[in-house]
Design a protein around this ligand. Structure first.
Ligand code: ASP
Length: 438
């Protein structure tokens, strides 16, 4: 049993709908289908969700949304007419939505209507039942997902539905108010459904064939990663590799359900399969992927005999907490402690922070080093292998790159290095050539 989520570009126009139908009908185990709202058909196009939010903003100013809303209607009517779907299934609903947005419905209601109408169209086109997400995705009044009620409702409603189409991205609270996940959140809806029905797999159909071993803007011919673990995914996503909505992974990861990223425009491509544990242990690549991010600052605090001063670390970290600052890494030496944070987060509090650390722990020095990039070299196959770090550092040395900090993630599946931002691209290319290029 599979849950298949189709993103906005996969359902942007009638041609894409045809591809989606073929995909769904080619495998009868694809039983629960979760669509996004129509996305961009070409780079300068608008996403329907953005157009709906645009209508909401105009209505809030008391202006008429007719002209804007007509564009949204045409997007849906164009799809329906080309696919010979009777527009009666969406006609009145679109009028009602227009009226509601004009009469100042909530932003979440407006934003969610692209998924709602698209799912109705898709269910008509596939001749499958439509199940409104408001019946199964339950939020509390503060807009947080109510996981246990959602789980209960999914199980209850899907028990009697062999197959159906369910719009992604939104749900309601007990007062009937609409809420949406953050942008791209249809991924979360589908993952929640996959978990609650204990699906064999959660398929995420998009417009790319999965994760690449390195950002293709840096390594244009970088390979697709066929197999990934959720832990590796976390390390790579954290450093900027984005394909899935970050929060979509937690429900399926916790239940050990694999996620497969697949390409609607190239359905025979194997994509990327994300598992709980590495699959073919014997043939694990040493390095699965490399990702990096600029914009870090290292706050380096030095004090003689820091290691024997009780509570030193706590006092420093408490000051960060007071300023609402999270840290990304914490490499330490005997007499030094370095706190790596995002440079942006220091914007307003750098001087105050320095002052407070000085008065709390009386250090010999505090130095802020900006323009730091962090590069994560990730691979479950690297633990217990000899010489990985040696090869990595040789590769960087050959490019004349100075390593400013090194972190061996305790999970043993990741080496993170800090370098000057200007060398980020060169370092990723050289690490890719050393470990991944054949
Ligand atoms: N349509 C929403 C967005 O554009 C949600 C989604 O596509 O997953 O963010």
């Amino acid at each position: 049993m599979k849950v298949a989520k189709f993103g906005g570009t996969s359902l942007a126009d009638a041609e894409q709908f045809r591809k989606v139908k073929k995909i769904i009908e080619s495998d009868t185990s694809r039983r629960y289908i979760v669509p996004s709202a129509p996305g961009k058909r070409y780079p300068s196009d608008e996403k329907v969700t953005d157009m709906l939010i645009g209508c909401f903003n105009v209505a809030q100013k008391g202006q008429n949304i007719r002209a804007l809303f007509d564009k949204i209607k045409s997007r849906f009517f164009d799809i329906a007419i080309e696919l010979e779907i009777d527009t009666a299934c969406i006609d009145d609903k679109l009028d009602e939505i227009e009226q509601n947005i004009q009469n100042k419905s909530s932003r979440a209601y407006a934003a969610s209507r692209g998924e709602y109408i698209n799912a109705i169209l898709l269910s008509e086109y596939l001749s499958l039942p439509f199940l409104d997400a408001k019946n199964i995705i339950i939020f509390n009044v503060n807009g947080e997902l109510d996981q246990s009620k959602t789980h209960e409702q999914i199980q209850l409603h899907l028990a009697t539905l062999d197959k159906c189409v369910i719009p992604g991205f939104y749900g309601i609270d007990q007062k009937g108010n609409y809420h949406v996940f953050s942008r791209g959140g249809s991924d979360i809806t589908a993952a929640l459904i996959a978990r609650s029905i204990n699906a064999d797999i959660y398929e995420n159909w998009t417009d790319i064939s999965g994760f690449r071993a390195a950002d293709p803007r840096i390594v244009p011919d970088s390979k697709y990663i066929q197999q990934l673990t959720y832990k590796e995914l976390r390390e790579l996503s954290y450093m900027g590799a984005t394909v899935l909505h970050e929060d979509s992974v937690f429900p399926v990861r916790a239940s050990g359900i694999p996620t497969q990223i697949l390409n609607t425009n190239d359905p025979l491509h194997p994509g990327t399969l994300i598992h709980y544990l590495p699959q073919q242990k014997a043939h694990l690549p040493l390095v699965t992927g490399i990702a990096g991010k600029k914009g870090f600052t290292a706050i380096t605090i030095e004090k003689l005999r820091m290691n024997s001063e009780l509570g030193f670390g706590r006092k420093v970290l408490q000051i960060l907490e007071k300023h609402n600052l999270t840290f990304d890494h914490l490499p330490t030496g005997i007499d030094t402690m370095s706190i790596i944070v995002s440079t942006d987060s220091l914007f307003k509090c750098k001087d105050k922070l320095k002052e407070e650390i000085e008065s709390a722990v009386n250090p010999d020095s505090i130095v802020f080093t900006d323009k730091l990039a962090m590069v994560a070299v990730v691979g479950s196959g690297m633990s217990k292998k000899i010489g990985i770090a040696a090869r990595l550092f040789t590769a960087l040395a050959e490019q004349g790159i100075v390593i400013k900090t090194i972190i061996f993630a305790p999970s043993e599946l990741c080496i993170i290095i800090g370098i000057d931002e200007d060398y980020l691209e060169t370092s990723i290319r050289s690490i890719y050539d050393t470990f991944i290029r054949e």
